[in-house]
Design a protein around this ligand. Structure first.
Ligand SMILES: Cc1ncc(C[n+]2csc(CCOP(=O)(O)OP(=O)(O)O)c2C)c(N)n1
Ligand SMILES: [Mg+2]
Length: 785
């Protein structure tokens, strides 16, 4: 880790703090009050949230951070990060002027959309904080596996709003981090004691440090700035009074100013405050009473310099929301915007001439400039986006596990075992992880082979005592499975961190996470967050659906295919057979290491089914595109069964029975409704040339390439009927009728909570052959029944 060796120039850092406060406020002001808004929509931005944290960020970016450090910036502090890069010369004025505009700098720091280097996207509060813990674990993993030099290690810093600390996922990560003995994390709380709605509850005062300390964190409180601390050292009565002052009262006084501080102190302390008050005029009294640690450059620099080891550290930096702005401390200031008059006053106060608002160092006199420029030069943070590297790992063909009867879940376990035994670069780069369902999702054999990852060796006591067990449970620094506690948010954050290893550390990992399908919902926002950042991984969800049978009940999943249908960056595959699964896993690995790839979600089942006999490999291409004809329809067929996943035996049996009555009946095996739907909409968009500059009509190109689903369904007669069936919400497939205007009788699961054997459940939920026959009759009655 790079230690800070330069002596900080506190005065220059203070001026940079002011520059950041101004530039962030001005960027937001410009977007709201100066730029044209044709649609009249609010643009917004958070001047108060930025002002609260400008000193913290100046101290970090112009002093404490090294080139290997990575930062998750509080979402509403985004404009500060852009202002920093503007000062560094790595952000353009044009981007700042286009804040929240199309193609401009984003509302919240975005890895994928912003032009500056953003280490972690943030926006959904809590997630940016927690991922830093998992990224520090990934760093430990890479160094332990010899994929990264110790000397290249960095620190993982999260800048946190105090209300953000209410997000439970932070504590899940804290607990998991403690178990894994994480290091090199700094979490810095912008402790302005204000949330979006109001001032925060007093009862959490002093509690956060206890919570963190009990999880092995060092806690550093920066409550008072140097001047206030010195004054209070001589005034114990005022110190005691101040420390008992409720959040809301402090905030209100901060807003009201010197006269209000004076009268309140006089009213509460009477004579005991008289001498103290006499020493200050109103302005200096207000400045003194609001001299909090998070705004005091000396305190910040001192605290950051002191934490020069790898112990995870929580800094609680006391601040005032809107510090230095006219609405400082006002409880409604979260989305508050300065009006043009207030902005002009601030400009004057900061010595900035009208018309020079965008000048990076406007307002800084010529004497101070060289020091400020030197401080900017000294910043060690990366100025440019890291180049992403892809395509460096050879993906071998994944053989299909043998067996006439198999479940996709068992085949998954088998594929990983075979991969592990075969060895090679890919196998060495696979990292598996699971929230306490490693064994029940069939990762056990892989873990037996590759072991748990533990920085400190963990003995398998049962093995040592020669107690019979199928599962080895020992850990070393070379292990390749990261076992998590039961917190699905952590699973997705872990996958996100592992899936960004290629971008962040230059080492591609192939992360595989397993969980039960229904619990995707539990970590959904973290999954979305992982995809939004373009982290690459393979998510294996099993068991799924009511096919879980007797084990089912509340564990039956219904809607994850619909979730996947609406989730960008995640490809859903639902195989029926083991050979499909092998092809999909191979494709998923390829997609992880492809610049235009994405993550993959495999929905697997514990149901063992008879494998299909193949005649060649022609099915494979269709299976990877989202579907193929398992039984080709005859010419002008009037109906098809369209089935997905584990209920394929029922679909095949129904096809056998019905094809005698319905000539040419087809059986379409849908392996990915997600891909079919995407292909359909993309093909439509591609058939049109958009009008340029908003003028003229859309022009339809002649012909165009039909999407895969259009090609598949056009094998049927126009107006044919589709019986769709899946162990999932019926809407997963019923939309297929819209592609060519074919009629649909949708079967699927719309209720849950019932256990039972498969025959009973399939009958009750209409997933059996009888239901398919009824559905076909529904469609074809006018023609045949
Ligand atoms: C998960 C989530 N819920 C709600 C929001 C809306 N939101 C944005 S900021 C905020 C409050 C932030 O307060 P704090 O963390 O203290 O930050 P400050 O602006 O005070 O620095 C809320 C509720 C969000 N961004 N993410
Ligand atoms: Mg706050």
């Amino acid at each position: 880790m790079l230690k800070t060796t330069t002596v900080p120039d506190i005065d220059a850092l203070k001026l940079l703090d002011e520059r950041l406060r101004w530039l962030s406020a001005w960027t937001i002001h410009h977007a709201n009050h100066i730029r044209d808004h044709a649609d009249g929509l609010k643009v917004g931005g958070h001047q108060a949230s930025c002002a609260s944290m400008s000193a913290i960020m100046a101290a970090l970016y112009f002093h404490a951070l090294g080139p290997n450090d990575r930062v998750a910036v509080k979402p509403h502090g985004g404009p500060l990060l852009h202002a920093i890069h503007y000062l560094l010369g790595s952000q353009t004025r044009e981007q700042l002027e286009n804040f929240r505009g199309f193609g401009g700098m984003q509302s919240y720091p975005s890895r994928t959309k912003d032009k500056i280097p953003v280490d972690f996207s943030t926006g959904s509060v809590g997630l940016g904080v927690a991922i830093t813990a998992f990224s520090s674990l990934v760093q430990d993993y890479l160094t332990a596996h010899g994929m990264m030099d110790e000397a290249d290690r960095g620190r993982f810093v999260a800048l946190i709003g105090d209300a953000e600390l209410d997000e439970g996922n932070i504590y899940e990560a804290l607990i998991e981090g403690y178990k894994h003995d994480i290091r090199n994390c700094w979490w810095i709380v912008d402790y302005n004691r204000q949330s979006l709605d109001a001032t925060s509850a007093d009862r959490m005062f002093e509690r956060f440090d206890e919570i963190f300390a009990s999880c092995g964190w060092r806690t550093v409180e920066l409550r008072y700035g140097k001047r206030l601390a010195a004054a209070l050292a001589k005034q114990p009565a005022i110190k005691q009074w101040l420390e008992a002052l409720p959040n809301a009262d402090f905030a209100a006084l901060g807003y009201q100013g010197g006269a209000a501080w004076r009268s309140r102190l006089a009213a509460d302390l009477g004579k005991a405050a008289a001498k103290f008050l006499a020493a200050y005029d109103d302005d200096s009294l207000a400045a003194l009473m609001t001299d909090l640690g998070g705004h005091c450059m000396e305190s910040l620099v001192e605290a950051f310099d002191a934490a020069d080891d790898d112990v995870p550290t929580l800094f609680i930096a006391w601040t005032i929301k809107g510090f230095g702005l006219p609405f400082a401390g006002h409880k409604d200031n979260h989305a508050g915007l300065m009006n043009p008059t207030q902005t002009a006053s601030l400009r004057t106060l900061m010595n900035i001439r009208e018309g020079e608002e965008w000048e990076p160092l406007a307002g800084i006199g010529s004497n101070a400039r060289p020091a400020v420029e030197a401080a900017i030069q000294r910043s060690k943070i990366l100025r440019e986006k890291r180049t992403r590297s892809f395509g460096n790992v050879a993906i071998p063909a994944i053989p299909t596990p043998t067996g006439d009867e198999q479940s996709t879940q068992a085949a998954f376990g088998r594929i990983l075992l075979d991969l592990s035994r075969a060895g090679g670069d890919l196998a060495d780069r696979i990292v598996t992880t699971s929230p306490d369902v490693t064994v029940s999702t069939n990762l056990g054999a892989w873990v037996n082979q590759r072991g748990l990852f533990k920085r400190r060796e963990m003995r398998d006591v049962f093995a040592a005592e020669k107690i019979a067990s199928a599962q080895k449970w020992s850990g070393t620094s070379k292990g390749q499975h990261i076992e998590l506690g039961i917190a699905e948010n952590n699973l997705f954050l872990m996958l996100a961190a592992l899936g960004l290893a290629g971008d962040q550390f230059g080492q591609r990992l192939f992360p595989i996470g397993t969980l039960y399908d229904p619990f995707i919902a539990r970590g959904l926002d973290a999954l979305n967050y992982a995809c939004y950042q373009d982290a690459r991984f393979l998510l294996v969800a099993t068991p799924s659906g009511i096919t879980l049978g007797p084990e089912g009940g509340a564990h039956q999943s219904i809607n994850p295919p619909l979730i996947a249908l609406g989730q960008p960056g995640l490809r859903h595959y639902e195989p029926a057979f083991a050979d499909e699964l092998a092809a999909m896993i191979e494709e998923a690995f390829r997609l992880i290491d492809d610049p235009h790839g994405e993550s993959t979600y495999l929905r697997l089942s514990t149901r063992s089914i008879r494998q299909v006999e193949r005649d060649g490999d022609a099915w494979k291409d269709g299976a990877l595109k989202g579907g193929y004809w398992l039984r080709e329809p005859g010419p002008n067929a009037e109906a098809a069964i369209v089935a997905m996943g584990a209920i394929m035996p029922e679909a095949l049996a129904a096809w056998d029975e019905l094809s005698a009555e319905i000539p040419g009946l087809g059986l379409l095996n849908v392996t990915s409704p997600d891909l079919l739907h995407r292909g359909w909409t993309a093909a439509q968009a591609q058939r049109w040339v958009p009008p340029r500059n908003g003028e003229g009509d859309h022009v339809k190109l002649g012909g165009g390439v039909p999407s895969h689903v259009e090609t598949l369904l056009s094998a049927l007669a126009p107006g044919a009927g589709l019986v769709t069936i899946a162990d999932a919400a019926p809407a997963s497939l019923s939309w297929l009728g819209g592609v060519l205007g074919q009629r649909v009788a949708p079967l699927g699961v719309a209720r849950f909570g019932q256990t039972g054997n498969l025959a009973d459940l399939y009958a009750a939920y209409r997933l059996d052959g009888a239901a398919i026959t009824e559905a076909a009759a529904e469609l074809l009655a006018p023609f045949r029944f």
